[in-house]
Design a protein around this ligand. Structure first.
Ligand SMILES: [Zn+2]
Length: 483
């Protein structure tokens, strides 16, 4: 534990410290939700807690400021709980240990939870301020990280306000004004198997690819381990009759697959020539990929074939489906710099009589999203597969006019002498659902510098936290004058 002074230096850090004493992994927020409710009540703020654990605290307008735009500050109470290999930490009861180093706060062997504990802490500290303000609320949601489940059950009446400031962004100098919508498609494709005799087996693993977040990194990472493996096997199949016994790639809907595994079988007498071609084909493919995937590697291991293999037809169809399914950027915006629509071929996993296929599609345009989904549906249907889309979240369309955004840009310029950049991001934010609940809400998303979120290297810039908070305070004071 670091010296307590940082946590006593400002209410933001004190609140953050208090939050990090309480377990708050996504999906297990009861304790933190109860604590926030208790803190709000202690302070005398109007505090509500709903069934999903979402909490809303409201402080009435300072007398004379009732007609200024009513503001909601918003963050999520849950955090991604990840610990390093060999780190002893029980996320269900241990506090997050924190250290201050070179102006940054970080966890000790675990994620820090600044995403989004610091956003919530800023909101709490702001409610504490003695300042002239319009009606000011803090809405704290649950389970943002695993599908925005808190927001999904939020009562739209909680969003009865004029402006909403989401404090869940991770870079100072940017203000987000829009985000993509999306959905997860889950499909099954039928497979047939047959038992063959005299077969040798080879377990092939491709590792070390960049992977990354299916929204934020989709432009930078055009490669997908699942597709690389399929291409590899397809090439091998041109000269050899091999069968797939198992195929597995991908772990999560929102992660670009960075590893793939295939178990293949083939006639024992083809053993030598197959192994030779495996190396030959890989050398060519690796050469092509190394520039973008410096750590890509392939590993093979013999294994004894006990399971029935896919038929020749099923083997072919599975590889064809993976080939045909889109992955990566589907269409760019007119500016040529930003992604309009994308697809992540997230999971392919063979089972006894079928393959599970999961894709994650995103777009800022509902129309292009529908077109992309159509393409994927057609591909799956071609091979007798079926399925549907779930977990849909709407896009938050960049507003042409946003007084809140303009005010923030002005405050940012005054404070720093520089211009903040407006972003329309290719990832989902809770704001998309807020916009659906209350289309009149004028919204922005901001936040201090956080690096390595969702990993054990997550760290929070202390100076950026202070300056972001100062800007937030000035912004609210400015809005108060809009009477
Ligand atoms: Zn977050």
């Amino acid at each position: 534990m670091s010296e307590p002074n940082i946590f006593e230096s400002h209410p933001i850090f004190t609140y953050f410290y208090r939050m990090n004493q309480i377990p708050r992994c996504s999906g297990s927020e009861q304790a933190i939700s109860d604590a926030l409710t208790a803190w709000g009540k202690e302070k005398g703020w109007k505090t509500e807690q709903d069934e999903a654990g979402n909490v809303r605290m409201t402080k009435p307008a300072t007398p004379g400021f009732e007609s200024a735009p009513r503001i909601i500050m918003q963050g999520h109470m849950d955090m991604v709980c990840v610990k390093g290999k060999g780190v002893e930490h029980d996320f269900t009861c241990d506090p997050i240990a924190m250290e201050e180093k070179d102006g940054w706060l970080h966890g000790v062997g675990t994620t820090l939870g600044a995403d989004d504990g610091i956003g919530v802490a800023m909101g709490l500290a702001m409610l504490d301020e003695e300042m002239d303000a319009p009606e000011l609320s803090l809405v704290v949601t649950t389970d943002e990280e695993e599908g925005m489940n808190g927001v999904l059950s939020l009562s739209p009446s909680w969003l009865d306000a004029d402006m909403l400031i989401n404090i869940d962004s991770e870079e100072e100098g940017y203000v987000t004004g829009g985000c993509a919508g999306g959905a997860t498609g889950e499909f099954t494709m039928p497979l047939s198997r047959e038992t063959l005799s005299g077969q040798n087996g080879l377990h092939i693993t491709i590792t070390g690819m960049n992977g990354g977040h299916s929204g934020q990194n989709i432009l930078a990472e055009p490669n997908n381990a699942c597709k690389v493996m399929a291409e590899f096997l397809h090439t091998l199949l041109q000269n050899h009759s091999l069968r797939i016994v198992r195929f597995h790639s991908g772990e999560k809907h929102n992660a670009i697959p960075n590893e793939a595994q295939a178990w293949i079988s083939f006639a024992a007498d083809a053993d030598a020539s197959i192994k030779e071609d495996v190396q030959k084909i890989w050398t060519t493919m690796q050469e092509r990929l190394l520039k973008q995937e410096p750590d890509i590697a392939m590993h093979t291991e013999e294994y004894a074939v006990h399971e029935a293999a896919l038929t020749a037809e099923s083997t072919n169809q599975l590889l064809n489906l993976i080939d045909i399914l889109p992955h990566g950027v589907y269409r760019m915006r007119e500016d040529g710099k930003n992604v309009l629509a994308s697809d992540n071929l997230a999971i392919v996993d063979t089972k006894e009589n079928h393959a599970d296929v999961m894709v994650s599609v995103r777009s800022s345009s509902e129309e292009v999203l529908a077109e992309l989904k159509d393409k994927i549906d057609q591909a799956v249907h071609t091979f007798g597969g079926e399925g549907n889309y779930g977990d849909a979240y709407p896009a938050w369309e960049l507003a042409e006019h946003s007084p809140l955004r303009d005010l923030f840009l002005a405050v940012y310029r005054e404070e720093t002498g520089k211009d903040a950049e407006v972003l329309d991001i290719h990832a989902g934010l809770e704001c998309g659902l807020f916009a659906q609940y209350n289309p009149e809400l004028d919204m922005i998303s901001i936040g201090p510098d956080i690096e390595g979120a969702h990993t054990t290297s997550e760290r929070l810039s202390i100076s950026s936290t202070r300056s972001t908070y100062a800007m937030l305070k000035k912004l609210i004071a400015r809005i108060a004058t809009m009477r």
